[in-house]
Design a protein around this ligand. Structure first.
Ligand code: GLV
Ligand code: MN
Ligand code: MN
Length: 421
């Protein structure tokens, strides 16, 4: 039997990192986390991770997109490592678990292996990837996508936030513009533990989710331009109200999601919207908004995207507005490797944990590794309907420990695997 991780030590590390970028939500009285990518709080979170890596004797490197890697030597230094990772950047209204569980859990695996004096054939690398969330610069999984070669470094560097701050400048400003080369050498395998961020495992009483895939994700930034005018004096018939057009689009998104035309699992969200000039007595001349589409079927996603563009045309005509858009993120359905799924299921069974296959609703760093090496994920349930991207996000110490014990088991199996470089 493999050693087990220290549940309290793991949970304390989640609390400790969760205190960095912590804030009090005045409305709910809850404590949340705001470590938006490449802010000072993100830098402080990164420094915590680097210090922990160093305290465990890991060999730390930072690559050119700011990803952090901590390497534990294996018996054969020539072999490719097994990588465990996730992210410690957050949405501005986060809890303590999204991404952090995967990074801190991987560090807890290393701590546990050290304490039990376990050596592995292959090296083990703990990774914390830059800007998984995409909330600030509009594109998600930036660090892992550059590491795996899907996204070009120069494209990532050129991203800008809403204030016009440039990704590369911000990375340099916070002191994490590293020099290790990207894309990285593909690891032997990649495995990540993450909270489910949804209600399924908790509601059905499963301890562990064997993650089969990540659904397709399509993000757009949309600008609707109409005609601004006096709210009292402009007759309704003479208006080109960008705000009204945005509202019509939002209602249409919900209709798309519930229509059944794109399968039962279609999701569509207008997460951000800003009217200009955004004042009580002025017809909005411009609306800037985002559209997030998700679907577990690539063909359905393509159909939904085509219909979205047709909807833009319809609304332009009906509301006398111009609609411009740009795609800020787009990933297809990503299946995880059957071998890793089997290892996760087996590890859960050996530890007496109830497990079930599940697809990821959220985007994940692991999906960026799936095209370059056998990759997979372990999900754990969350309380309160698995709410996430919210200060109420919570998984119990037991739930977290279950996931990280399975992560340890899977990583050990992969790290002792014969064959291959
Ligand atoms: C990342 O958390 C996403 O799926 O939006
Ligand atoms: Mn995450
Ligand atoms: Mn997230």
């Amino acid at each position: 039997m493999n050693p087990s991780i220290d549940k309290n030590r793991l949970f304390q590390s989640i609390e400790d990192l969760g205190g960095i970028g912590g804030y009090l939500d005045e409305r709910t009285g809850l404590r949340g986390v705001n470590r938006l990518a490449l802010t000072d709080a993100d830098a402080e979170g990164r420094r915590y991770v680097v210090a922990t890596m160093k305290s465990l004797g890991l060999d730390v490197t930072v690559d050119r997109i700011g990803n952090l890697f901590g390497r534990r030597a294996g018996r054969d230094a020539k072999l490719r490592p097994v990588m465990m990772g996730s992210h410690v950047d957050s949405v501005p209204t986060a809890g303590k678990f999204d991404g952090c569980l995967g990074v801190l859990g991987a560090l807890e695996v290393v701590r546990t292996l050290d304490a039990a004096k376990v050596t592995t054939r292959r090296p083990i690398v703990v990774a914390a990837f830059t800007d998984e969330e995409g909330s600030r610069f509009g594109t998600d999984m930036v660090g892992s996508a550059v590491a795996s070669g899907r996204l070009l470094l120069e494209q990532a560097y050129a991203l800008r936030d809403r204030k016009g701050c440039v990704f590369r400048d911000e990375l340099e400003r916070i002191g994490f513009l590293g020099n290790a080369k990207v894309p990285i050498e593909p690891p032997h395998a990649y495995v990540e533990c993450h909270i489910e961020q949804g209600p399924i495992l908790r509601a059905s009483g499963f301890d562990i989710g064997v993650v089969t895939s990540v659904q397709a994700i399509s993000w757009r930034e949309v600008t609707i331009s109409g005609k601004s005018g006096h709210a009292g004096a402009t007759p309704i018939g003479l208006r080109a109200d960008a705000g009204l057009a945005a509202s019509r689009l939002n209602v249409k998104l919900r209709e798309m999601a519930t229509s059944g035309r794109y399968g039962k699992e279609m999701r569509a969200t207008m997460g951000a919207i800003a009217h200009e000039p955004g004042l009580v007595n002025i017809v909005p001349g411009r609306a800037t908004l985002t559209v997030d589409l998700r679907n577990p079927d690539d063909a359905m996603m393509k159909k939904a995207e085509a219909d979205l563009l047709a909807t833009f045309d319809e609304i332009s005509k009906s509301d006398h507005v111009e609609i411009a858009w740009r795609q800020t993120a787009r990933t297809p359905v990503v299946p995880f490797h059957s071998k890793i799924q089997a290892l996760v299921a087996e590890a859960a069974a050996v530890r007496g944990l109830r497990h079930e296959k599940i697809a990821s609703g959220a985007g994940q760093d692991a999906q960026e590794f799936a095209p370059i090496c056998p990759s997979g994920m372990v999900f754990i349930p969350g309380e309160y309907d698995g709410v996430s991207h919210n200060p109420r996000e919570y998984s119990t110490p037991e739930q977290c420990a279950n996931g990280i014990n399975v992560l340890l088991d899977v990583a050990l199996r992969l790290a002792d695997e014969e064959g291959g470089p």
